[in-house]
Write a protein that binds this ligand. Structure first.
Ligand code: NAD
Length: 303
């Protein structure tokens, strides 16, 4: 079965190259004819790895291509997910499967609501990739991808294809706990690195502020029925700060490059859920207010 990949950016390119070189059928879906023409001029997608740099001439198409889609890897940012999926909705076969790579929470529900007949498989990935040019992806950090479907615990047979492609992964019956845990780690670390203009390790100097946020995030996770995601959160946040001390968080990098952040699907989603549960979280509220003001000053969206 063909892998259609919508979003030929960092993670989409990383998946596409590894699947295609395994001999699996892959199609990239690019936004429009201009992007498609640019891609064809380059002759394919380049993946830069520590040991090798290779060009993969993966066939590409636009969203209005007539080819039916049975399996779609959605590899755009959370804020683009709904619109992106709408652009190919008419091509999805009954019972089509979508793999949603978006970070944070909120976009997955929005996509699932638009496509009640499709199976939505959620993913949470710690792999690292970035683009250093058009259709050129640098594989920057080994990682792992958790996959799961909150509505249907049976693992799909195509996980064997990921295995063959060397994409480290595991199926989990509780993908929501993974996504919530990652969201909480992101909320405790990323906004503060932006506001204090520091690498992750710089937050060691703001331990009390981090601890205060962790307390509120634990409260939120418990209110949302995510007790396992709440367990020892602060200890893990401190471990991540130490282990990634030299790194700039993804939100820091987005802001530094003048790119839109995924704030609405991280802190924004956390606060929307707090409101739904009638929970008052003054530190997270204040963090959101400060970050939004900062983004507004830079001319960046706050959602
Ligand atoms: P990216 O910006 O590098 O790539 C997204 C791509 O989607 C872009 O090429 C964009 O043009 C394309 N796109 C957006 N809307 C489209 C549409 N309607 N039609 C066609 N193409 C469209 O983003 P990324 O870094 O690959 O991130 C994707 C998701 O994965 C994010 O939610 C991110 O947080 C998450 N993630 C990324 C990494 C990483 O290392 N890059 C790691 C873990 C999680």
């Amino acid at each position: 079965m063909t892998w259609h990949i919508l979003g030929a950016g960092s993670l989409g390119g990383l998946w596409a190259a590894r699947l295609a070189r395994t001999g699996l059928p892959v199609r990239l879906i690019l936004r429009d004819r201009a992007r498609l023409a640019g891609y064809r001029r380059l002759g394919g997608l380049t993946l830069v790895e520590p040991e090798q740099t290779s060009l993969y001439p993966i066939p590409a198409q636009t969203p209005d291509d007539p080819e039916p889609i049975d399996r779609l890897l959605l590899a755009c940012k959370a804020y683009d997910a709904e619109e992106a999926v709408a652009s190919v909705a008419a091509r999805l076969t009954p019972g089509a499967e979508l793999i949603l790579l978006q970070n944070g929470l909120g976009s997955q529900d929005a996509v699932a609501a638009r496509l009640p007949r499709a199976r939505c498989i959620l993913a949470s990935s710690t792999e690292g990739a970035f683009r250093d040019d058009n259709f050129r992806v640098v594989f920057a950090g080994q990682g792992f991808t958790w996959l799961g479907d909150p509505r249907e615990p049976t693992a799909p047979a195509w996980l064997a294809e990921l295995h063959a492609a060397g994409i480290p992964h595991q199926w989990t019956p509780d993908i929501l706990a993974r996504l919530w845990r990652k969201l909480a780690l992101n909320c405790a670390i990323n906004p503060l690195t932006v506001l204090h203009t520091c690498r992750n390790g710089g937050l060691a100097e703001h331990a009390a502020e981090v601890a205060g946020l962790c307390d509120e995030l634990v409260e939120l996770l418990r209110a949302c029925g995510q007790d396992s995601a709440a367990e020892d959160l602060q200890a893990e946040v401190e471990r991540v700060i130490q282990a990634t001390a030299a790194n700039y968080s993804s939100m820091y990098q987005d802001v530094a490059h003048g790119r839109r952040t995924e704030i609405g699907y991280l802190l924004g989603h956390a606060l929307a859920e707090a409101q739904r549960h009638d929970l008052s979280l003054p530190r997270l509220d204040e963090l959101h207010r400060r970050l939004s003001a900062h983004l507004t000053r830079l001319g960046l969206p706050t959602r």
